[in-house]
Design a binder for this molecule. Structure first.
Ligand code: TRP
Length: 335
């Protein structure tokens, strides 16, 4: 708890271009949480270097993501928005937690298995201990809730195990975090293969709508979306392509699937795709405008980056100092 609010922590990597799926499924829903929770949203650049990155690209993307957080409506006065690498406690706590995590546990992580298959030439120790750094992110702020996708659930479970193990030895040091189950965002699927999640790392550029795609590109990608040969617009599992288009439409317009089905009654797929394209453009265009405006205001952004990191550093230090004391590190002389 901070004041009378529960704490919420989440992070996103700045690798790859964010997609409409990231926005509708996560970011957009974060905006409404700051009234209820004390929110920390980190750009987790330290996680990103577990796979090789071009330094200039990583730096630019990290800034773009932080800008996007704010453009999407996360008020940096109400939410703590910062770069993970600016707060030293993440690495410091991760080291300590490494000593409370078993090789066997990390070996079982499916993301580690997937990523080491994908980057067979660079299976580094950071990739292996990635979930421990994530545990440090969460536990450092005594987070009560963590909004994560299903792919990160295993890491959150591990975080809970590490925290419980630590608490069992040293007393109640860490809050045990829970997955955030509130209003979940729409799950947006690939436009080219609606059985797969829309992903920022899809090789097929037509599969994903990127947040910075221009209006014509968005319209074209919607037009090319894979559908079926049923010829009717209904919201059902048997028509995954159409269902996905309706989901996108509803997430962008705030309509329910029933309303949308009624609206498109008797229409052809072409009309649906056109309407989806327009709905997406009407959501992303203003967002892109805000990103552009904000990017121009370097002084403002730099101020936010500094003040939010200071706040994160201050709050996280409380947990870090407590943990350091518990494990037996000598007290620091007063400055
Ligand atoms: N590993 C998460 C992902 O790739 C990102 C992340 C890092 C995160 N630290 C976190 C998410 C802490 C939630 C909480 O999606």
């Amino acid at each position: 708890m901070i004041g009378d609010k529960k704490v919420l922590f989440s992070g996103m990597q700045a690798t790859g271009n964010l997609t409409l799926g990231n926005y509708l499924g996560a970011l957009k829903n974060w905006v409404s949480l700051s009234d209820e929770y004390e929110c920390f949203y980190s750009v987790v650049d330290m996680h990103s270097i577990t796979v090789r990155q071009d330094p200039a690209t990583l730096r630019a993307r990290a800034r773009a993501l932080l800008t996007l957080y704010i453009a999407a409506g996360l008020d940096p006065e109400k939410n703590c928005i910062y770069y993970q690498s600016h707060v030293s406690g993440h690495a410091e706590l991760a080291w300590i937690l490494n000593c409370f995590t078993y090789m066997g546990e990390l070996n079982r992580m499916t993301q580690f298995k997937d990523k080491s298959a994908k980057h067979a030439d660079n299976i580094n120790a950071g990739l292996f201990t990635y979930p421990v750094l994530m545990a440090a992110d969460i536990l450092l702020y005594q987070a009560d809730v963590v909004p994560v996708g299903i792919d990160q659930m295993q890491h959150l479970e591990l975080t809970r195990d590490i925290a419980q193990r630590f608490n069992a030895i040293y007393g109640d040091v860490f809050t045990i975090p829970e997955a955030y189950i509130g209003k979940v965002g729409a799950k947006i699927m690939s436009l080219q293969d609606p059985s797969k999640k829309m992903s920022k790392s899809d090789e097929n550029p037509n599969a994903s709508i990127y947040l910075m795609d221009d209006a014509d590109t968005i319209r074209r990608k919607c037009k090319r979306a894979v559908t079926d040969s049923e010829g009717v617009i209904l919201y059902r599992e048997e028509q995954p392509g159409i269902k996905n288009l309706l989901d996108i439409y509803c997430a962008c317009t705030g309509k329910t699937p029933e309303e949308a089905v009624k609206e498109f009654d008797g229409c052809g797929y072409g009309q649906l795709k056109e309407a989806v394209g327009e709905a997406v453009v009407s959501v992303l265009s203003p967002l892109q405008e805000r990103v552009k405006e904000l990017s121009k205001d370097k002084a403002y952004l730099d101020g936010v980056i500094r003040s939010n990191a200071e706040k994160a550093q201050y709050i996280s230090n409380k947990t870090l100092r407590k943990v350091q004391k518990k494990v037996g590190f000598p007290e620091r002389p007063r400055q």
